[in-house]
Structure formats: C-alpha cells, structure tokens
Design a protein around this ligand. Structure first.
Ligand code: NAP
Length: 287
C-alpha cells in the first residue's frame, strides 16, 4: 500500500523539499509520495487530523506553522520543546510526535560545510523567528561562548534571549546572551568582535519583497568571520556576495536544508538518507 508524507505550509510553491525527498524514497525503492499540502491557517487543524490516517507516515512543517502545530500534537520531543518549534511530525498508530531537525541540520552544515567549530566562539544572530530559535539553541548546545540576537522587533529578540537562558539547565551551557535592536551603530559594534554571523531573516530571498537586498552592509563584516545565510534561494545571496567582498568565509542555506530533510527522512523511514543524491537534486532545483 502506498504511503504519504505531507509538507504543510503556506505558501509552498517555491519549496524544493518535494524534489529531494522524493528522490530519497525512490533510492530506497519505497512506495512513499511526498505531497505538498498548501494550507491557510484556518485549514491547519484539519490538515493535522488527516495526518492520523493509516496511509500517512508523517509530515514536514514549514513557514508559518512551526510553532502553531505544537498544541495539535500528542507529544513534542526533547529538542523541539526547548526550541519551541516543530518542523517534522512522525505518525505512529494514530499518534503524532513532533521533532525539530532544523537545529541538527544547521549544526551539521556549520561543521562539515562551513568547517567551523562553535565551541568558545562569539556569534551574532540576525532575526528572532522560528529559524533563529533553532540556531540559538543549537549554538548553545554546541558550547558557543556568546550569542547576540539582533532583531527588527526588539521584544522578540528579548523573548528569544529569555527562552535560551531558560534552556541553559537542559543544555548545561552558560553562554553570554544579549538582545539588541536592528540599528546601524549596533551592527558595527556587535559584529566587530564576532566569529560567526547567521542570517535568520528572509532578507534577500527570491520571490520576496527583499529579493536583491542584504541584511548587512559589507563594511560591517569582519574579514575573519564566517557568514552563514540560512536563505537558500538564490544559492548565492547578496549577503554572501558582500561577505566575500569583505574577505570573510561564507556558507549558504542549502546544506542545512538538505541535512534537516535527511534527518526527517530517517525519522519517517528508519533508513539512512542518501545525502549526496538529495544534495544534487536540491542544487539542480535552485538558480
Ligand atoms: P520567521 O519565523 O517568519 O522569522 C523571520 C525573522 O526575520 C523575524 O525575526 C523578522 O523580524 C525578521 N525579518 C523579516 N523581514 C525582515 C526585514 N525586512 N527586515 C528585518 N528583519 C526582518 O521565519 P523563519 O522560519 O525564522 O525563517 C527565516 C528564514 O530562514 C527564511 O528565509 C527561511 O527560508 C530560512 N530558513 C532556512 C532553513 C534552511 O534549512 N536553510 C531552515 C529554516 C529557515 P520581526 O520579528 O521584526 O518580524
């Protein structure tokens, strides 16, 4: 009997997940179909109830529902609880369990593709939404020494800082955590001494109102830092171009996208994800 994995979000037209997940199912000769379920907020509860059908293995959850699905699940697993966001659901005998694979995907790409070890380093996170939560938690778990969160809406940066401070007892790490407003003089000071800058805003994303923009002026970027842009479409973003001009090392969001998807694949199927094939297909899908 054919099975289904759903991708639930809104809008979904530009997602590359269906292409690289389908190729992974085909690689293992699994009769599973990865289906995009584009749903408006009022349709979310119904979509979650459909995940309890026997033919459904689970789902990926994407913008803007990673936080909204939490109360609709039967359990939320360690990691996703602290992050406060679920991007993967596994269905077993009518029960829905929520996981967060963004944090693991982020760290794997940082270490393997960015060749960066966070322990003892200083990081600046731009943004304080769902992705920033996963990134902050992952960096803290990995032993980062300081995290500065800069966000357009200051109270969201402060809320994230508080949430990370609350998670310190779980991660057994004690980094310095600051929340700052999105202002030019703040950027120059916060970035001057950092080793890692992570863009967790959608600025520069294709098909968005900020397509072609960068969240940072190149002159603020230290030449010895790694600049990691979570935006993966386009593959080479204006931020990454500016960082290269400043002499900094760069990492785009594509590797994280595939690694988080690979972790989800392994949760649904119990099989090892064919990363190389998934990466190749994801790259082909993007400009
Ligand atoms: P989100 O929850 O909507 O958060 C967006 C954040 O960006 C908020 O902090 C928001 O600030 C800020 N922001 C948005 N537009 C801005 C602007 N014009 N100027 C300044 N700040 C702005 O989104 P998310 O889920 O965190 O995703 C953020 C980005 O990460 C997206 O581009 C997404 O595709 C990418 N992402 C990539 C991966 C990957 O695997 N590579 C995984 C997850 C996410 P306010 O608080 O002021 O609204």
């Amino acid at each position: 009997m054919s099975q289904i994995v759903a991708l639930i979000g809104y809008p979904l037209k530009h997602s590359v997940s269906p292409a690289f997940q389908q190729v992974a199912f085909a690689y293992h000769r699994l009769d599973i179909h990865y289906e995009a379920w584009e749903r408006e907020p009022f349709q979310l509860e119904r979509a979650l109830s459909l995940l309890r059908q026997p033919t459904v293995l689970g789902a990926n959850i994407t913008i803007p529902y990673k936080e909204a699905v939490l109360p609709l699940l039967d359990e939320v697993r360690e990691g996703a609880i602290q992050v406060g966001a679920v991007n993967t659901i596994v269905h077993r005998r009518g029960k829905l369990s929520g996981y967060n694979t963004d944090a693991g995907g982020f760290l794997r790409a940082l270490r393997e593709n960015g060749n960066f070890e966070p322990r003892g380093g200083r990081a600046v996170i731009l943004g304080a939404g769902g992705a920033a939560r996963g990134v902050g938690f992952a960096l803290m778990q990995a032993g980062i020494k300081s995290i500065t969160i800069i966000n357009r809406t200051l109270h969201r940066a402060e809320a994230l800082a508080t949430c990370l401070q609350d998670a310190m007892s779980v991660t057994k790490q004690n980094p310095e955590i600051k929340a700052l407003p999105w202002e030019e003089n703040i950027f120059s000071e916060a970035l001057a001494s950092c080793h890692l800058v992570v863009n967790c805003t959608p600025i520069g994303m294709k098909h968005s109102s900020t397509e072609g923009d960068s969240p940072l002026t190149a002159r603020f970027i230290p030449s010895d830092a790694l600049v990691y842009d979570l935006v993966y479409n386009p593959v080479d973003t204006p931020l990454l171009q500016g960082a290269r001009e400043a002499g900094a090392r760069t990492l785009g969001g594509l590797a994280m996208l595939v690694y988080q998807g690979a972790l989800s694949f392994e949760l649904w199927t119990g099989k090892k994800a064919p990363i190389d094939i998934m990466m190749k297909v994801a790259r082909e899908e993007l400009p």
